[in-house]
Design a protein around this ligand. Structure first.
Ligand SMILES: [Zn+2]
Length: 332
């Protein structure tokens, strides 16, 4: 073996970060203080104060287009709420049935971007299914994904290639993709509330969208239900075991502990539903099981076990629509 191989050093760094981070289960008796201390740490590495201070913009919403598909009105809005960073949000609304709940869908690295939530490869898409059931659905196009990429003369580039292009430029300026995406998700909730007057919002995130959802779910108390698919795991078995898209890596992220330590901060108030495929190789089942069991212990210790549920299904790194619909129907 090459004597200058660096994995030992990287593993040591990971272990040191874990030793320094405070584990949720060690802080059940002072949960309130622990939670606010962790949130402060998270806001700091997401650079939310800096984003607010320099790039907050008086919100303006402009409807750009609208069309109807199977009794669902699909409208595209331009959200001007961040200086120099207008972004689109798609709104799906049934023309007759409308429930008093909105669902924000955070897409991952779907090559179609936000449109993937309602333009299915086959017959079904999550956004359309939820809209047909009467939920008001909001799908933001997060920075780096879909149409929100840097300009290319030669046409489109893939999502991870786009993240690889934008992230280094943000890092050089002390920002990161995750922080900007979380802020865009928060701005989407502002818009959803202004638009519909709805006070109950479910956040759903898949894969890279699950990463954003893991954070916005704990940071924004207007969200009372969180559904994360194909993400909650351990960095140890996923992003630190093999190289994932650059947007998974955030300076200082491990100071809050393993990824389930962030997820645990949903407890005890928020209803949380975690799912993952048993054959998912991106976020392997071993890590999902360990992470789900840990978060379940936290909910249990905080007397909120009934607000926590999980599903490990036969399948890979994929969206499952029926369990999401079932969870929403059972937790109206
Ligand atoms: Zn990415």
């Amino acid at each position: 073996m090459n004597s200058f191989e660096v994995s030992t050093f990287l593993n040591q760094l990971y272990e040191d970060c874990m030793k320094e981070a405070k584990a949720p289960l060690d802080h059940i008796t002072d949960w309130g203080n622990y939670r606010s201390e962790q949130l402060q740490k998270i806001r700091a590495y997401l650079q939310l104060a800096r984003l607010r201070e320099h790039y907050e913009h008086t919100p303006a919403y402009l409807k750009l287009s609208s069309f109807r598909q199977e009794d669902v009105e699909i409208s595209m809005y331009q959200i001007d709420a961040i200086s120099a960073l207008p972004f689109p949000v798609y709104v799906l609304q049934h023309t007759n049935v409308q429930k008093e709940r909105a669902v924000m869908i955070l897409q991952g690295h779907d090559p179609r971007g936000a449109k993937g939530a309602f333009e299915p490869f086959s017959q079904k898409s999550l956004g359309m299914e939820l809209a047909k059931r009467g939920y008001r659905v909001f799908v933001p196009e997060l920075i780096g994904l879909g149409d929100a990429k840097m300009h290319h003369e030669d046409g489109d580039i893939g999502p991870c290639e786009s993240c690889g292009e934008i992230e280094p430029r943000l890092l050089n300026c002390g920002l990161n993709l995750l922080g900007v995406r979380v802020w865009e998700a928060i701005k989407t909730i502002d818009f959803a509330m202004r638009q519909t007057g709805i006070r109950r919002i479910t956040a759903y995130g898949m894969s890279g969208g699950g990463h954003v959802c893991n954070y916005v779910g704990v940071l924004d108390d207007r969200i009372d239900q969180v559904i994360i698919s194909g993400y909650v795991n351990l960095y140890k078995y996923s992003t630190h075991d093999r190289t994932h898209c650059i947007c998974n890596y955030v300076p200082g992220q491990l100071s809050a502990g393993e990824s389930y330590a962030v997820t645990s901060l949903m407890a005890p108030e928020k209803k949380l539903f975690l799912m993952s495929g048993l054959q998912d190789t991106t976020f392997p089942a071993k890590g999902s099981r360990e992470a789900f069991a840990y978060v379940e212990q936290v909910y249990g210790a905080l007397q909120a076990k009934e607000r926590f549920s999980t599903l490990l299904f036969e399948g890979g790194h994929e969206i499952r629509i029926d369990p999401v619909c079932q969870f929403l129907e059972e937790n109206a």
